[in-house]
Design a protein around this ligand. Structure first.
Ligand code: ADP
Length: 671
């Protein structure tokens, strides 16, 4: 090749050689520099790579999650400390092991082995996540819930050269989640079963979002009727509603606000309401407690207290309260006490020791001891006013314990002085009456007894007069003597009746048990003549045993049957029936009935008949003295019984009387 210089001239061969040499050297120098530069770059790159690898390792080992890396065959090539801790495998031992041997996982619910994510990544060549409820079983068998993902490691040509698994212990997370779930459930339970009404509405109250059963109950609505409707305050009184809205706007909360709500049925219920707004959430929550019953009870209590106070102030009975024990002092007393004890004012009485109002001061201790022993005392005691006047009072004292546990004696004192005086007067009058009754009976007895003798004289001498002088006397004188004899005879009968009447008590026998049927038989026997003459039919049922004076009961039967025969309608044969039954009002008595088919009695005479010497019919038509029924009454009443009549004129009469039965404890014993 021909050499030319820059100018184009050809150079000589030496200079060409030199030139060539020079050029070669320059090139070599240049290449060397280039190599050095490349070396330097390579060195720097290696250093950078090493740094990166170190950083990677540092990151890998310091990362909070567990990391395991495998090669393309699924064998472990790297794992960090967290992975060592969770699997229980030290990295040195795990290296080269198949991933599945170190990273053993099962399904938490089924307990079945789960395919290793390494296998899946290698198969699918893509990132995989773990299903929920995965449990890692560590080398020592410890189980831990974990969250995990696996990703392929690819080279520059996207060829999978390994897998990296990242997983973390979820134990705490799970516990926290469970605690959260539990607390939510508890909260729900609380709300559902709360004894206060709980609700949530839009912040402006325009719609109810939720409400618990108690709230629906307070408003008398079903959940469906309430949720979705305007809020509860819509049922409040307009004034209260405005106030609530204002409070919510100004403060964002309402605390223990008492309002009246109208329920679905129109009933007014009082509730205490608290609300709190959550502007960022757009709703408000509230709770309400139904205090209707409490308010009602409170107002009843207030009314009762007011009533008590009014009574306390105005009642005519002294009311007082003392501290307990005989030494107790007055705590309170009412105006009636001031008046009753003739004090100038309440303070004067309050300043006294309670025992001072007793006539006998030691009786305060007696009352106090009774209260302590029995909890209560009731006595009639003589008291003394502040002016020294004696008064009789009934004291009723009780032990009371107030709400704070303090013990008191509460007494009521009622003035019974008048009653006591009246009772004393009555006792005296009764005594006098008893004495004069006895005297009267004595008098009747003595009089009738002693009168008989002179009367017999009058009667016999008049009869003698008639017999001896009947030829010498004219008809008038004979008639007069006849009247005198008749009068004397009647008087004798009356006196005998009176004597008999007074003997009911003076000659009565003590009560004994006897068969009423036998007594009836005796009475019928005594009436034999009258029965035969009148053609009467006397029948009876079986009669019970009774307790009394047999002779007197025979007399009762005899008088009643005798009257039945006597007070008969002309040309009608008397029918008399005697029966007995248990007294419905008093099982200790037997009720006897004596019925006839005689002339009967007008009701207006029913009472009068039983009075002594009272007669309804003329002596001519129906002879008698009018003592029979009075005697029956006196006998029956002496036995603790009663006698009465039911009758209709022209249709006959029924006489009833009661007598004590045989001792009712022995009733039913064979006769
Ligand atoms: P007395 O039979 O002596 O008149 P009582 O005291 O037995 O007296 O009776 C008083 C009166 O009651 C009789 O007079 C008679 O008017 C009336 N009375 C009594 N028993 C009967 C009777 N069974 N039926 C009608 N009236 C009677």
């Amino acid at each position: 090749m021909s050499g030319k210089d820059k100018t184009g001239k050809l150079s000589d061969p030496d200079s060409r050689i030199r030139q060539a040499k020079g050029e070669k050297m320059a090139k070599e120098q240049k290449d060397q520099k280039q190599l050095m530069r490349e070396n330097e770059a390579l060195r720097r790159r290696i250093a950078a790579l090493e740094l990166e690898a170190q950083r990677f390792k540092a990151t890998l080992y310091s990362i909070g999650d567990a990391v395991i890396a495998t090669d393309a065959g699924g064998k472990i090539v790297q794992m960090n400390h967290v992975a060592e801790k969770l699997t229980g495998w030290p990295e040195a031992e795990a290296l080269g092991q198949p991933a599945g041997a170190v990273f053993r996982i099962i399904n938490e619910e089924t307990g079945a082995e789960v395919e290793s994510p390494v296998t899946r990544v290698l198969r699918e060549g893509a990132v995989v996540g773990l299903a929920n409820h995965t449990m890692l079983i560590a080398r020592d068998g410890t189980r831990r819930p974990i969250a995990d993902s696996g990703a392929p490691i690819c080279d520059a040509h996207d060829k999978v050269t390994g897998v990296v698994m990242v997983f973390r212990d979820q134990t705490e997370e799970r516990t926290a989640q469970k605690a959260l779930r539990n607390s939510e459930e508890n909260y729900r339970n609380l709300v559902e079963n709360a004894s206060i009404g709980i609700f949530r509405t839009r912040i402006d109250g325009s719609r109810v979002l939720d409400a618990n059963p108690k709230l629906c109950e307070i408003l008398g609505l079903t959940r469906e009727e309430f949720v979705g409707q305007p809020s509860a305050i819509a049922w409040a009184h307009p004034e209260q509603r405005e106030d609530l809205v204002r409070l919510l706007r100004e403060k964002g909360t309402v605390n223990n606000y008492e309002i009246d709500l109208r329920t679905k049925s129109g009933e007014i219920r009082t509730v205490i309401m608290s609300m709190i707004t959550y502007p960022e959430l757009g709703y408000l929550e509230g709770g309400m407690q139904d205090i209707t019953e409490r308010k009602l009870a409170e107002s009843k209590l207030a009314a009762a207290q007011q009533l008590y106070r009014e009574l306390f102030e105005n009642v005519n009975i002294g009311i007082l309260r003392t501290t307990p024990g005989p030494e107790g002092a007055f705590v309170d007393l009412n105006p009636a006490m001031v008046k009753l004890f003739e004090a100038d004012n309440r303070e004067q009485l309050m300043a006294l020791h309670p025992s001072k109002i007793y006539w006998d001061e030691s009786q305060r201790k007696f009352i106090s001891d009774a209260i302590v022993a029995k909890g209560t005392a009731k006595e009639e005691i003589k008291f003394k006013t502040l002016k020294g006047k004696p008064i009789w009072c009934r004291i009723t004292a009780v032990k009371k314990i107030d709400a704070s546990g303090q013990v008191y004696f509460d007494d009521t004192i009622e003035d019974i002085t008048e009653r006591k005086q009246f009772e004393a007067a009555l006792r005296e009058a009764n005594e006098n009456l008893g004495n004069s009754n006895k005297e009267l009976e004595q008098f009747a007895y003595v009089a009738s007894h002693d009168l008989q003798e002179p009367l017999r004289m009058v009667s016999s001498y008049t009869q003698l007069l008639e017999q001896r002088y009947k030829d010498k006397l004219d008809q008038d004188a004979k008639d007069f003597i006849g009247y005198a004899v008749d009068g004397a005879n009647r008087m004798q009968r009356l006196i005998q009746d009176l004597l008999e009447y007074s003997r009911v008590t003076t000659r009565g026998q003590p009560p004994a048990l006897f068969d009423a049927h036998d007594a009836l038989g005796e009475a019928i026997k005594n009436l034999q003549v009258a029965i035969q003459e009148s053609g009467a039919l006397v029948t009876s049922n079986d009669l019970p045993m009774v307790l009394g004076d047999r002779t007197q009961i025979v007399q009762v039967f005899q008088n009643l049957i005798g009257n039945g025969i006597k007070f008969q309608r002309p040309d009608v044969a008397p029918l008399i029936h005697i029966s007995a039954e248990d007294d419905l009002h008093d099982n200790r008595l037997r009720l006897f009935k004596v019925s006839d088919n005689g002339i009967g009695i007008e009701p207006r005479h029913f009472e009068r008949l039983f009075q002594i010497f009272q007669r309804l019919n003329s002596k001519k038509e129906y002879p008698g003295t009018g003592i029979g029924l009075a005697l029956c009454k006196r006998i029956v009443e002496r036995h603790g019984g009663r006698i009465w009549v039911e009758s209709e004129p022209g249709k006959g009469s029924v006489f009833f009387f009661t007598l004590p039965a045989e001792d009712h404890n022995n009733k039913g014993e064979p006769k």
